[in-house]
Design a protein around this ligand. Structure first.
Ligand code: ATP
Length: 472
């Protein structure tokens, strides 16, 4: 008889979120049981009160307004110190990653802050800001270097491929930051937050305790110690741990949620700003242009001029140096001889598909062209309607490539540099791509980089062969 269970009668997997929750709850119960056994074994509640006594004390404390007042005041100190300092640390890390001088100047104080003991920090801060502000100031000092180093490392290690393609196409720094830098930084900030939130609570409450500031959690812990009220001491400690756990969840959820939000904001900003006016008649040119890797020229010098209505195809076999020439037009690879231009934004298709993964096809194009209707119209000529609203990470390689081509065609820049526009496409897609780029080449300067003359002919472009470098 056929099984009616959703998984066809197979036993439910022993892992998964529900099983993980059960395992976590069992671990907590196990440790609580161990704590209670230890308390019974010690037999002196003054030295070690068990979880049952601590829970009873916690229930009685939590029924008072003073308890919630202390929790609220300490939470305010930690939140203000943490958020202000985390934001400042990120900004300082960003400045240091852009300017080596800033990095050198900031290194000594950041290393000192990282290593200074909390007790010494509290005593110094007590002198500077008084007992009321010491918790917040101490949290800020502990959090600052963590986010500074996290931002510095994250920004240094991120993949810049998409960002630099967007920069070539004229996308502003703010939109690039929101669409690319922030998502690239997110894993670093998430890991830092997981460690730092707990540290912030520890440092903040320790500072309040030493400074005896107001009716804060730290001051309450001190009071319980004075009264030798061990169950209350445990109850306040449990409160701090719970606050740290809840805050950590909140902060990591915020950091994760900020990524899609930042990407969408980048698109909204681009659309609100609207499309930039296209410079008519700009030509793409190269005069004796030679590019080299490690001092070795990749091809013979190239001289060409592509004007609107007169597209040029640079033709050469694999490894001839076509992508290196494209990199020179983009400004990523300085010429070893000659020059090229214009020094202005370009519509660019590289060999990779440098798309913003978390955005849909339509949003990727709108981010560059600043016009949602234009984005839909250009994409509609190259892709089925159903692909337009899908995140590009869910599209096939050929579909992604056509999104990248649509983005180049929709870019407000006049000239177009298209590296292997037919790569990875089937016959039908090739026809629609050829039609779209031939249409664009009527009014814009276009350089195609292709393998063979038949591709050049299909695009209606004049052929400029790429010769090997002298002595190669
Ligand atoms: N970053 C780099 N460092 C060193 N050498 C490089 C680098 N990039 C490319 N090259 C070398 O430069 C030469 C030209 O490479 P390029 O990618 O420009 O050729 P291509 O004509 O675009 O090739 P394909 O058609 O296969 O994409 C190759 O010999 C390659 O090994």
């Amino acid at each position: 008889m056929a099984s009616t269970s959703p998984n066809g009668g197979r036993p439910a997997p022993a892992h998964g979120p529900a099983a993980a929750r059960r395992a976590r709850a069992a671990a907590v119960l196990g440790w609580l049981a161990l704590w209670q056994l230890a308390a019974w074994a010690v037999g002196r509640p003054l030295l070690l009160s068990g979880p049952v006594d601590a829970a009873a004390s916690l229930v009685s404390l939590a029924s008072t307004g003073a308890y919630w007042g202390s929790v609220g005041l300490s939470a305010l100190h930690v939140a203000l110190g943490f958020l202000g300092s985390a934001a400042l640390g990120c900004l300082m890390g960003a400045a240091a990653s852009r300017r080596p001088g800033v990095r050198v100047a900031l290194e000594p104080p950041m290393l000192a802050l990282k290593a200074v003991p909390v007790a010494c920090l509290v005593v110094i801060l007590l002198l500077w800001v008084g007992s009321a502000g010491v918790g917040m100031a101490c949290v800020a000092m502990v959090v600052l270097p963590a986010y500074y180093f996290s931002a510095l490392e994250g920004l240094g290690a991120r993949d810049r491929t998409v960002e630099r393609a967007l920069a070539v196409m004229g996308v502003g720094r703010g939109s690039r930051l929101l669409a690319c830098s922030w998502p690239g930084l997110q894993p670093y900030l998430a890991a830092t937050s997981r460690v730092t939130v707990g540290m912030a609570w520890k440092a903040g409450v320790a500072a309040e305790l030493i400074a005896l500031s107001g009716t804060t959690l730290g001051a309450q812990v001190y009071q319980a110690k004075l009264l030798l009220d061990t169950p209350a001491l445990m109850a306040w400690t449990v409160t701090v741990v719970a606050c740290a756990a809840v805050s950590e969840r909140l902060v990591t959820a915020l950091v994760a949620a900020s990524v899609p939000w930042a990407r969408r904001l980048a698109v909204s900003l681009a659309v609100r700003r609207g499309p930039a006016a296209r410079e008519p008649g700009t030509v793409l040119w190269a005069r004796g242009l030679e590019v080299s890797h490690g001092g070795v020229p990749v091809a013979a010098p190239v001289t060409l001029e592509a004007a609107p209505g007169d597209p040029v195809a640079v033709v050469g076999p694999s490894g001839a140096g076509k992508s290196s020439l494209a990199a020179a037009w983009c400004g990523w690879l300085g010429p070893s001889a000659g020059e090229c231009g214009p020094d202005a934004p370009l519509g660019l298709l590289t060999q990779g598909t440098d798309l913003v993964d978390g955005l849909t096809a339509e949003e990727n194009v709108a981010l560059v062209c600043g016009d949602a209707a234009e984005a839909r119209s250009v994409l509609g000529r190259l892709l089925p309607e159903g692909c337009l609203g899908r995140p590009v990470r869910g599209l096939s390689g050929g579909q992604r490539r056509r999104v990248a081509l649509a983005r180049a065609l929709a870019a407000p820049a006049g000239p177009l540099v298209l590296d292997e526009p037919f790569s990875g496409l089937d016959a039908g897609a090739r026809d629609s791509v050829a039609a779209a780029v031939r249409g664009a080449a009527r009014t814009r300067a276009v350089v195609f980089l292709v393998h063979g003359p038949e591709e050049a002919a299909r695009l209606g472009a004049r052929v400029v062969p790429l010769s090997p470098a002298a002595g190669a």
